[in-house]
Ligand binder design. Structure first.
Ligand SMILES: Cc1cc2nc3c(=O)[nH]c(=O)nc-3n(C[C@H](O)[C@H](O)[C@H](O)COP(=O)(O)OP(=O)(O)OC[C@H]3O[C@@H](n4cnc5c(N)ncnc54)[C@H](O)[C@@H]3O)c2cc1C
Ligand code: FES
Length: 270
């Protein structure tokens, strides 16, 4: 944990449903809003009690440094997120963060593709916004192309990329909006005529693995945000290990402290 990590009882500014089973939570957490970078996450105590005991890792979907707020976009999948879903406006949520190593597209790459599947899109909105139009000019403006995939059109609406100065391509499994099929197919079809020179991605392991193959074929570099079940969230318990290196020479690294973002070519898939 570095010096820019805070633990705070953040006030719920707003909390609403954005699609079936998905919610957007805005928290007042000025120190975290100032310190956080795209791809970092918060470790969230979903209830005020010790049940469930462990915090849950949730990416920062967006941060407003002037208003001092951070936004989380999450899917309710189990006990922790179900408890979090009950938090009301004006209530408190204890969060620890910002944690982890976020996205870092090298400055020389001016055309960045942002590829997300399902709720994996959560950390990519913040990245796309900062890369395309950072009001603080901390990150130089770049040409950003977003590839968003989901099961249905309703699930695409969890994040509104139309508010950003980006090129947006969408794919749905059921064909209800955009390309009918996988977001990786759409990415492959599109970059032939709209070249990019870096890819930042997050999503289910199957999607990332297919995308890794596509990047290999195209000779493109990039970075992936990985998800593993977490305990401490700060690098102490080693329960969030993933394999990083080359297929014949890899080592275990901690997703919480060494990631969650790793080089696309470094991830050794199980
Ligand atoms: C760095 C990081 C960032 C994340 N960001 C987001 C986000 O922005 N939005 C979001 O909706 N989810 C995100 N997740 C996943 C989220 O942490 C889990 O969905 C959550 O912890 C589930 O808690 P629960 O108590 O509701 O479910 P549990 O009862 O603990 O588990 C329910 C189901 O979810 C699976 N699951 C639990 N934890 C994880 C995990 N860490 N990774 C993958 N599957 C898991 C379990 O295997 C089980 O099938 C992130 C995970 C990591 C590691
Ligand atoms: S969750 Fe404890 S080391 Fe990563």
């Amino acid at each position: 944990m570095d010096e820019l990590t805070y633990v705070t009882d953040a006030k719920v500014v707003s909390h609403r449903r954005v699609a079936a089973g998905c919610r957007r939570l805005v928290l007042a957490a000025p120190e975290i809003a100032r310190a956080v970078r795209p791809g970092q996450f918060l470790h969230v105590r979903c209830d005020g009690t010790a049940d469930p005991l462990l915090r849950r890792p949730l990416s920062v979907h967006d941060a407003d440094r002037e208003r001092g707020t951070v936004t989380i976009l999450y899917r309710v999948v189990g006990r922790g997120t179900a408890l979090l879903a009950q938090k009301k406006q004006g209530g408190r949520v204890n969060v620890l963060g910002p944690l982890g190593r976020g996205f870092d597209p090298p400055a020389e790459h001016r055309r960045v593709a942002v590829v997300g599947g399902g709720i994996g899109i959560a950390p990519l909105f913040f990245l796309a916004r900062e890369l395309s139009a950072d009001p603080l000019k901390r990150v130089p403006r770049r040409a950003v192309t977003v590839f968003q995939g989901a099961r249905t059109a309703a699930e695409l609406d969890v994040a509104d990329f139309t508010t950003l100065p980006v090129n947006l391509f969408t794919a749905t499994d059921d064909g209800s909006r955009g390309h009918a099929g996988s977001v990786v197919e759409l990415f492959l079809d599109t970059v032939c005529h709209e070249p990019v020179d870096w890819v930042s991605a997050a999503g289910p392991p199957g999607m990332l693995r297919a995308l890794a193959g596509a990047l290999e074929t195209l000779g493109l570099s990039g970075e992936f945000s990985l998800e593993e079940r977490m305990g401490c969230g700060i690098g102490a318990c080693v329960c969030c290990s993933c394999r990083i290196g080359a297929p014949d020479r890899w080592e275990y690294r901690r997703v919480c402290a060494d990631g969650p973002v790793f080089g696309a070519r470094e991830v050794v898939w199980e």
